[in-house]
Design a protein around this ligand. Sequence first.
Ligand code: ADP
Ligand code: MG
Length: 572
Amino acid sequence: MGKTVKKFETEVQQLLDLVIHSLYSNKEIFLRELISNASDAIDKVKFESHSNMELLEGNADWKIKIHPDKEAGTLTISDNGIGMSMDEVADNIGTIAKSGTKNFMAALKEQNLAENPELIGQFGVGFYASFMVADRVTLVTRKAGGKEFGCRWESAGDGSYTIEECEKETRGTDITLHLKEEMTEFLDEWRIRSIVKKYSDYVQYPIVMDVTRSEPVKDAEGNVIEGGGTIEKTTEETLNSMKAIWTRSKSEITEEEYEEFYKHISHDYDKPLATIHYSAEGVSEFKSIVYIPAHKPFDLFLRDHKKGVHLYVKRVYITDNCEALLPDYLRFIKGVVDSSDLPLNVSREILQEDIQIKRIQKSLVGKILSTLAEMKEKDFDKYLKFYGEFGPVLKEGIHFDHANLDKIKDLLLFESSKTESGKYVSLKEYVERMPEGQKEIYFITGMSRASVENSPYMEVFRKKDYEVLFMVDPVDEWVVQALHDYDGKHLKAIDRGDLELETEEEKKAQEAKKEEKQKEFGGVITFIQETLKDRVKEVRFSSRLTESACCLVAEEMGLNANMEKILKSMNQ
Ligand code: ADP
Ligand code: MG
């Protein structure tokens, strides 16, 4: 097949234009992106070779090689990973189907990145980051297995790229950056070393570079010959330490290292809110580092949200989105789990059913929930930040995680009639400050604090000085259905069914009053009932109200007004 010229997707070109013309100063991150792709590619071939040895082609000397060529002004990053077929190149490079770039495009729309170029490098712009430093990029790749030709892709980032078949002897990918004139600093050995150390030290494959040094000439025994002059000697040096961070002891790891690792695995540009480095021994043996992000990803509630933590078995990569490791309501957690119990050839399909995975999950969920409980106790402001971002997701656990129901209940926070706006009460605090005589936990659901606060249903509670929880998060309506009770106390919606607020004496007095009023205003009630007969089920006197003239009340088992609004907005 000859050379073809193809056009980039519009969105890709948009992104490229931004990358190329950005004034973003931290351009060095291009190397981090290319190394991470190379490392991913090696992970993949390594994994697939467990079931198909032929893919190795006798070459399992995993390596990412950086080759600066000062004369040509090029920097080449080579790997012996899985490589790409022609179709894969066209699919992966040239569309924005990939996660990192997708995040970027979403942020681009949301945050107006065009005007804030400093944000660019913080996103995983992935492969396209090459164009920050290069005015032409050549990618030569051959898929593992060696049955097809290699493929050569080239672009100057100006709307189109070329793609053609080519010869490539070794498996893997070479990416050559034709550096812009003002970017030749990236050919400097020390510059490269420091970038690798900074961003890619934990990559578990050697990142190597040929280094030439002049050495004094030595004799056969290795002694320097006086006055013998110098010779140039080239050796391949490994630039990274390769030590998987989760295998190290906590005391040896710096905050920066934890952060850097987080950014590597999460594609997040921000620091994590909390880091949990946790090892388990006994029934299930694993090491893990999991993170609670500081903010929610844009697609948290979309179906194709990429969830799950990275799974390794004895430092061998298995998958980077093992969904089975955490329940859905903790899908915002990022991290890595390295198990000692799973077999290496575990297939991704059976993970969901695997008993070891279930054990890890149980242990990990316990650890995460207890970390959150501790954060709530000791660093409430931080917990509030967490709750603001992920509270609605966590609440899903009320429905789905019966084993941990009590723990999750204790993590819930609500505004109430006794908190200021933006302040919260937990169920525990609510119960603790319940006045004598109050038997149930009262709540009202609604669209906003303002709407529930001024609702006529509140009147009698204000009078009684009973606290009412304001459940104004759209998911609350659904959450309360599974919440039922806390600490033996029933949760009661104040806009449904009958309220049992009075003592026996008060009740009697009210009955008497009602009868009296019935005589006086019975005609009015009948009139209203007649007039609205197609719209309401019943019109009756109420002891709920102290100031307003009337209010609408749902039946105990019926839909309340808020639920009706929600359903209506969903076109139900
Ligand atoms: P991401 O890494 O987030 O998927 P990138 O833009 O960095 O996004 O890469 C896009 C895709 O191109 C990768 O998912 C991968 O399929 C492919 N790719 C990039 N570099 C390599 C490589 N060195 N070897 C094999 N495939 C690669
Ligand atoms: Mg990438």
